[in-house]
Ligand binder design. Structure first.
Ligand code: SAM
Length: 262
């Protein structure tokens, strides 16, 4: 029996019970047809990952009854992905892939050329949770409501470095820039910003360049679509600054075999 892996909100400790929400109960009971005692893995983004067993509470409610911890919570790279909203299917794709690629926050940014009015934050968060469960992350990225670029820059957090993807040729190749970082820059909090279809307006490029710790970079000789550029830049960042520089933990191998039912 494969082991379903679920994100829960409650605190996690040996022997405790983590209430499951309606969608999780429906999925386990009616889609996966899991009986009581079925093995689960649960995580909450704070307390690591735990083995658990499905346990009914009356006709409708159910909990994950926790067993032992399988993985300690570990620090993860702090890299926001700030992107101009694109049409529905592609913004869902950004949420899913940026979660797999380890973004710590997803920040939709409204710019002069952004042609998408509404962003369904709840749907993006659901995509991010599902992707985090599947990719075996121990956290779920924070999914934020859209913000105007001017507001985002006005509130820019001190010390957070900004990687600005500039297709107008305003910066060195991303690999050259990220490979040359000093130790303090490598451990700093980061953000990547990508413009909309139609690119940043000139005034926006100027405003971005006024951020203290901003660096403009190029993503090669071709003009990438906004979603391609966002994910490509994030992958480069993980490879040259983030946790792709660490060996894939042995856990990935042992972990699968040890995911035996509880
Ligand atoms: N101005 C073009 C347009 O109207 O199609 C380019 C916009 S591009 C579709 C969307 C965003 O992706 C850009 O604002 C930039 O942030 C990023 N981007 C795309 N290609 C890039 C490249 N070769 N180098 C750096 N950034 C790029």
């Amino acid at each position: 029996m494969s082991v379903s892996r679920l994100f829960v909100e409650s605190d996690l400790a040996a022997g405790s019970e983590a209430p499951l929400n309606e969608a999780q109960i429906h999925y386990l009971r009616h889609v996966m047809r899991r009986p009581d005692g079925a093995p689960l893995l649960v995580f909450n983004g704070r307390d690591g990952e735990w083995r658990a067993a499905l346990e009914s509470h009356g006709k409708k409610a159910a909990v994950a009854r926790l067993g032992e911890r399988t993985r300690e919570q570990v620090a993860e790279p702090d890299v926001w992905l700030c992107f101009a909203p694109v049409k529905r299917a592609r913004i869902d794709y950004i949420a899913e892939k940026a979660t797999e690629l380890g973004a710590s926050a997803l920040q939709p940014v409204v710019t002069h050329h952004t042609n998408v009015e509404r962003v369904n934050v709840e749907r993006l968060r659901a995509n991010a949770i599902e992707a985090a469960e599947q990719t075996e992350r121990l956290t779920v990225p924070e999914v934020r409501a859209p913000v105007d670029l001017a507001r985002l820059l006005a509130d820019w957090p001190k010390g957070r470095r900004l990687l600005m993807c500039d297709e107008t040729g305003g910066g060195p190749p991303i690999a050259e820039m990220l490979s040359g970082l000093d130790a303090s820059a490598r451990v700093a909090p980061w953000a990547i910003v990508v413009g909309p279809e139609g690119g940043f307006a000139p005034a926006e490029l100027a405003a971005l360049r006024r951020i203290k710790d901003v660096t403009a970079v190029g993503l090669g000789p071709r003009i990438l679509r906004a979603d391609t550029a966002a994910l490509a830049a994030l992958a480069c960042w993980q490879a040259l600054v983030g946790d792709w520089r660490r060996p894939t933990p042995r856990l990935a191998a042992d972990y699968r075999t040890s995911r035996a039912p509880v």
